[in-house]
Write a protein that binds this ligand. Sequence first.
Ligand SMILES: Nc1ncnc2c1ncn2[C@@H]1O[C@H](COP(=O)(O)OP(=O)(O)OP(=O)(O)O)[C@@H](O)[C@H]1O
Length: 245
Amino acid sequence: MRLNAIGRDFGSTKALENISLEVRPGEFVCIVGASGSGKSTLLSLIAGLDAPSTGTITVDGARVHGPGPERGLVFQTGALFPWKTVGENVAFGLRLLRLNRAERRDRVAWYLAEVGLRGLEGRLPKELSGGQRQRVAIARALVCEPSVLLLDEPFGALDCQTKDDMQVFLRQVWKDTGTTILMVTHDVEEAVFLAQRVIVLTTKPGRIAAELDVDLPGHRDLLLKREPDFLKIRAEVDDLVRAHM
Ligand SMILES: Nc1ncnc2c1ncn2[C@@H]1O[C@H](COP(=O)(O)OP(=O)(O)OP(=O)(O)O)[C@@H](O)[C@H]1O
């Protein structure tokens, strides 16, 4: 996936300016920045829900002109259909793909198991916890086997312990599926724990201030968050975000 000199203006407000970024297949990249740095705007441009004022976005070599099944999208909350069951919500992701009934059933079952929701396919979203609902949203995005999974603060509404568990879960899903992931978050600890590479945005306009490779082990559990190496990178990213607020 490639962003080439992206800019987005809203009237006289420059939300984003000259953002160029390449995300390689299978990479896990997090974008952090203070409130108003244009994180959500950037993700919605890549998702094709909004169009850049300048620059181009390509995924698998094709220009983005609107939403498409090769880009899976997960928001902070509220994206599930409340009247559909867990299984139906996940299957909904497949509506744009031409698959027969057995293929659909198998894919839905595989991704429900992958996100740890096997046996809950008949439940309604209101019968799930917040963390479980986000697992459904992630399964629904992954079921199309997208080239890139786009996550906008997906754990932002969860309590600290659930958030921690979901981070470990997301690393596991990434390892199991090999999906390319681009996530935006204001939570620096989360970004450093999850990503191989962290991009820091400036505020007003949002530009790329810095880019850091996260040189931590591939296998990450929650104890890593207490390790000196982790805390050092976290402090470095925190300082960069603050310096560019
Ligand atoms: N539809 C819109 N119309 C006008 N201005 C907008 C619109 N969407 C975003 N903006 C402006 O663009 C800038 C970036 O907003 P955006 O929501 O992308 O930031 P963010 O980094 O995601 O913030 P937060 O972390 O608070 O969600 C802000 O100044 C915002 O007011």
